[in-house]
Write a protein that binds this ligand. Structure first.
Ligand SMILES: Cc1cc2nc3c(=O)[nH]c(=O)nc-3n(C[C@H](O)[C@H](O)[C@H](O)COP(=O)(O)O)c2cc1C
Length: 198
């Protein structure tokens, strides 16, 4: 069965990780449902000097060079009528990348006041994979407790902390390696990804 993955992009630093993850997912046949929070789009536009005036234009710009192998649907973060807001809409899992401490706390407490946190809530209750690519430093006790609560509820906490053991030569290489490790969590294999021991 082709994958159907939900990607939430929130207003933490690290938009490059989201961009790399999307570019990788675009190469694999499947179905993508994308949601950017208001701050997710603003921080992304700032960090990546994104082309276009909106998140959908940015996503479009990522597919300029080659058409995506996957279908892409973009949802408004305030649209609770979107299919991903319901557990009856079956998905292969969800990644929130980057995941702000605010959205982490919403996931940890079940406070679903936007589509990203609602879709994450649904992913947990349906026992589907949920990967939170959290980003903040240093971490307060509140952040750490929220990570514990989300992990206890079934989420995978995957802080945006790239490794150096593969001796990356660029920021892009570091972000791509991180994106590949995230896809491992969803059981999606990207050909050519450098792996220790290969
Ligand atoms: C440039 C910039 C960088 C930010 N980086 C982080 C960050 O790394 N981690 C974090 O938790 N919040 C960060 N924030 C704050 C969040 O954007 C803010 O808490 C927001 O309410 C998150 O909302 P959201 O989770 O709905 O996107 C940053 C804000 C700005 C403007």
């Amino acid at each position: 069965m082709k994958h159907r993955i939900v990607i939430g992009i929130t207003g933490a630093s690290g938009s490059l990780y989201a961009s790399k993850l999307l570019q990788m997912l675009f190469t694999i046949p499947g179905e993508l449902h994308l949601v950017a929070s208001d701050m997710g789009w603003k921080v992304l536009a700032h960090e990546l000097q994104a082309k276009g005036d909106s998140f959908s234009q940015f996503v479009q710009s990522l597919t300029d060079d080659s058409p995506p192998a996957t279908t892409i649907t973009i949802h408004d973060d305030h649209d609770f009528f979107a299919p991903v807001a319901s557990g009856s809409f079956r998905t292969s899992g969800m990644v929130i990348i980057p995941c702000s401490m605010k959205t982490l706390s919403a996931v940890a407490t079940g406070c679903s006041d936007d589509l990203i946190s609602r879709a994450a809530d649904v992913t947990l209750k349906e026992r589907r994979p949920l990967v939170l690519v959290t980003r903040e430093t240093p971490l307060s006790l509140i952040h750490l407790k929220n990570m514990c609560a989300a992990a206890e509820a079934g989420a995978t906490i995957m802080p945006a902390s790239p490794g150096f053991y593969n001796r990356p030569l660029s920021i892009d290489a570091m972000a791509e390696h991180m994106a590949g490790r995230i896809l491992d969590q969803l059981g999606i294999d990207i050909p050519g990804m450098a792996r220790w021991g290969d």
